[in-house]
Ligand binder design. Structure first.
Ligand code: MN
Length: 291
């Protein structure tokens, strides 16, 4: 049975632009090696927004060297980027944006959500790319709710939405550069769940709502991340109440990480180059800006 390495709680809330009140759950500036290939997670909400005709969110900004993965639980997000990718997503949908060599993008509440207002809840993950792919062409995968297989867990313990990776010989729709699993799980109260995950891979659970007991001893509450030891493969979970959680596992990328703001590369020199390329307008233009 896998053992708990440690449990991490957010150290406070901050706003990303004027649309996303987030708790940073982890970052490569604190637990880079433990979470690789995952670089960062921000948890936005849950929060209620009144109706508005304003564009709430983050205007045009660059990224280079990794992927941003946005999972919407409640509300809606619109995105446009300089690779031509974009669209509006709602509950259950996922945007998987490969910044790689560089994009400019903007992230706002979707016009449909802004018009009605309501509850908003979203996770944004940053996923690292291996050095050999950091300067690959950018890309965009809009993955809709109905593209994501939803699988019943054994013993009626709940259900699993397979966003990326494999479960029970099925594959999730997201294309990834390195092996990883991103599973969105809903467990019933008193549900007993066992997962088999590759030994040697990073493994962590993030609880959105509810409460889990992990490895028969460790309580994990809402907005907490439990990071497991990489040894062993059998992960044992009990849901103490109805619980929504994410499973993140993946093969670690054992390469140096040097980041600054929206850029995550392997060396200081590559960061200096990214800043220079951005200053000189080498990240392209957003053709279909959200308005
Ligand atoms: Mn961004």
């Amino acid at each position: 049975m896998k053992k708990v390495a440690f449990i991490k709680r957010s150290n406070g809330k901050h706003w990303v632009g004027d649309g996303f009140p987030v708790r940073n759950i982890f970052s490569y500036s604190d637990i880079a090696a433990e979470m690789s290939p995952f670089l960062l997670m921000d948890y936005a909400g849950p929060v209620n927004f009144p109706p508005t005709n304003k564009k709430l969110g983050v205007g045009q900004h660059p990224h280079r060297g990794f992927e941003t993965v946005t999972i919407v639980y409640r509300g809606g997000v619109a995105h446009q980027d300089s690779s031509g990718g974009g669209g509006s997503i709602g509950p259950g949908d996922v945007q998987w944006m490969t910044a790689a060599s560089g994009v400019l993008h903007e992230e706002f509440h979707s016009p449909e959500f802004a018009a009605t207002g309501g509850d908003f809840e979203m996770v944004q993950l940053w996923v690292n790319l291996p050095a050999q792919d950091k300067m690959s062409a950018p890309g965009y995968q809009g993955i809709l709710n109905h593209d994501i297989p939803e699988i019943a867990l054994p013993n009626a313990a709940g259900s699993l939405r397979l966003i990326a990776g494999e479960y029970d010989n099925l594959r999730g729709p997201a294309r990834t550069f390195t092996p990883m699993n991103v599973w969105d799980v809903r467990a019933k109260a008193k549900g007993e769940i066992e997962f088999n995950l590759p030994a040697g891979h990073t493994c962590a659970l993030f609880v959105l709502e509810g409460k889990l007991t992990v490895s028969q001893a460790h309580t994990v509450n809402s907005a907490e991340l439990v990071v497991m030891d990489r040894a062993e493969s059998r992960l044992v979970i009990t849901a103490e109440q109805t619980t929504t959680f994410l499973v993140l596992s993946g093969e670690p990328i054992n390469e140096p990480i040097v980041g600054q703001g929206p850029f995550v590369m392997n060396s200081r020199q590559e960061i200096i180059q990214a800043v220079e390329d951005y200053r000189h307008g080498r990240f392209g233009v957003i053709e279909n800006s959200i308005n």
